[in-house]
Write a new protein. Structure first.
Length: 557
């Protein structure tokens, strides 16, 4: 049985069937280059580029660069990299709103000549006051009925730089009593004496988003302009501008934005985290930015699957972060190579193992996929295991190492602990064990049952490294839900990252690739970091092995 078609794809199917737009499908992804892309943008990227591919159409990448005081080339470059990483392919169709500044200006003059736009001298606060409320109509500006010639003269003088910032704006002349506040003579242009990252000092007036966006869509031949729900009220203005000017008219369709627990997706708040030093940068692995997720080791395939599972809706909702972790685990379980690493070591001495012998044991790189080949792992008299894999006083059903009990060293031998050596504080310093020489490969020679299996590394060959253990950046599921006297920063998790000394098996040190995830057996998935400030290799924990989302799904059945 085929999966149901969402409302956006259903609309496109209807349009292609009726030959609207000549059967073409053209979407666009139009980010503002005033910050880095985040999880919410991932949903839009997957939708816009995905729909275009499914319907043999095209998707444009367009930078909405109309606010020069907040835009930087750094953001443009980062957006390109993020979109490519997530699978977006815009071929040669990279556009900028600034490409259209001259044409947008000409359209604005056309609106003035039609009597549908005017220059207003009211301040921003006065315009806000005149606009009215949801229950009361607005008031007309005293400058609303200027003549066409005066408006043209004023607008041209605005372009020439005669007036300071905020002195005048160009507004559409629509209806100050419109039920939709967006239609109460919205501002189309404002004065801003600031150099633009592409046009330099050529312009000192810049068009606003609602005016720019619809005309950019029109000029590019976009068929379906897919926006998040906060633009639903603006659709009336989108259509008004295009209809009034009599130009090609795409259609805007809105869908619910992506909200995720334990996360903030406000660009303003993300900038605050970076600029105030709460994180190390936009690509801090705790950030919900695409570059942060990439540095943490999240595969693009897992993020695309997450967006697919989230789906499309017409009502905003919040998705469990555990669902994203599930998608990451599901992908990495199939694709990540396995290695043994110890994060909190305690020494094991196998007293009956030859002191000068080092065996090279053959171990699979992926236990479920023999085609992934194998690696050699050294085994010797002295090993390290996880401190948590031994208990002096074990709880019930503890199937790991205790004095007098036998466990399996993964892919190696069966060992029995005879003595735990402790220091003056009572902490275990060393474990004295014996092994069964007939149990090579961890197989019991006489069929006896051994419940526990633990991982280990060879003490003499272990490679030191740093492992960063990441937790949620916020302690609250809804970080922005705080009392008036507090901010979302009050919900920051002080323990969101912890660095520990790790001991790697040698093969991992040789085979680890920067940015690629591997599984530290029994511990989680980790990604080799590009950090050059450490003398030792650094691994970021991508996700633990605990799968809470599967439990949540099962509970909801």
């Amino acid at each position: 049985m085929e999966a149901p078609v969402d409302f956006i794809r259903a609309k496109i199917l209807d349009d292609t069937a009726s030959n609207r737009y000549g059967g073409r499908v053209c979407t666009r992804f139009p980010p503002e280059p005033n910050g880095y892309l985040h999880l919410g943008h991932a949903k839009s990227i997957c939708l816009n580029f995905g729909v275009a591919k499914e319907f043999a159409g095209q998707c444009n990448l367009r930078f909405d660069d109309t606010n020069p005081t907040k835009e930087e080339i750094e953001y443009v470059d980062a957006i390109r990299e993020d979109v490519r990483w997530l699978g977006g392919d815009w071929q040669d169709r990279e556009y900028y709103a600034s490409d259209y500044f001259e044409r947008l200006y000409a359209y604005a003059e056309q609106l003035i000549q039609m009597g549908r736009a005017y220059v207003d001298d009211l301040s921003a606060d006065e315009i806000r006051e005149y606009r009215g409320t949801l229950t009361s109509p607005g008031r007309e500006s005293p400058y609303r009925n200027r003549g066409v010639e005066e408006n043209l003269d004023m607008f041209r003088r605005m372009r020439a730089g005669e007036f300071p910032d905020g002195a005048r704006v160009l507004r559409a002349k629509i209806d100050m009593a419109a039920p939709n506040l967006v239609m109460r003579d919205p501002t189309l242009y404002r004065i801003r004496h600031a150099a633009h990252h592409r046009t330099g000092d050529m312009w000192c007036i810049y068009p606003l988003y609602d005016y720019t966006h619809c005309l950019s869509d029109s000029l590019e031949g976009v068929t379906h302009s897919l926006c998040t729900l906060e633009f639903a009220n603006n659709r009336e203005l989108y259509d008004w501008v295009l209809a009034t000017l009599g130009v090609y008219r795409p259609q805007q369709i809105e869908f619910a934005r992506l909200n995720v627990t334990y996360t903030v997706l406000s660009k303003r708040k993300l900038i605050q985290l970076v600029e105030s030093g709460y994180v190390s940068g936009w690509d801090d692995p705790r950030m919900p930015t695409l570059c942060g997720l990439r540095r943490r080791g999240v595969p693009p395939q897992a993020l695309r699957e997450f967006c697919r599972r989230v789906g499309l809706a017409r009502v905003n909702s919040t998705v469990e972060y555990a669902m994203l972790e599930f998608c990451i685990r599901e992908y990495l379980n199939e694709h990540a190579l396995r290695f043994m690493v110890v994060l909190d070591p305690v020494k094991v001495v196998i007293e009956n193992y030859p002191g000068n012998l080092v065996e090279e044991l053959d171990m699979p790189l992926h236990p479920k996929n023999p085609a992934r080949a194998s690696r050699k792992v050294p085994f010797s008299r002295e090993l390290y295991i996880e401190r948590d894999d031994f208990r002096l006083e074990p709880p019930k059903k503890f199937h790991r190492l205790v004095v007098g009990a036998e466990v399996r060293l993964r892919y190696a031998y069966l060992v029995t602990c005879r003595e735990a050596v402790t220091d003056a504080s009572g902490a275990v310093r060393e474990l004295r064990c014996v092994y069964d020489p007939q149990s090579r490969g961890g197989v019991s020679p006489d069929g006896r049952k051994v419940k526990g299996t633990i991982h280990w590394v060879c003490a003499g060959r272990a490679v030191p490294a740093v492992a960063r253990l990441y937790e949620q950046l916020f302690v609250s599921e809804t970080p922005e839900d705080v009392p008036e006297s507090k901010t979302f920063l009050n919900n920051l998790n002080p323990g969101s990252v912890r660095a520990v000394q790790a001991l790697l098996e040698p093969a991992l040190s040789d085979m680890a690739v920067e940015g690629e995830c591997v599984q530290f057996e029994r511990l989680g998935y980790f990604c080799k970091d590009r950090d050059s400030t450490h003398a030792l290799p650094v691994f970021n924990r991508t996700v633990t092995l605990r799968d809470t989302w599967a439990k949540l799904e099962k509970k909801g059945e």
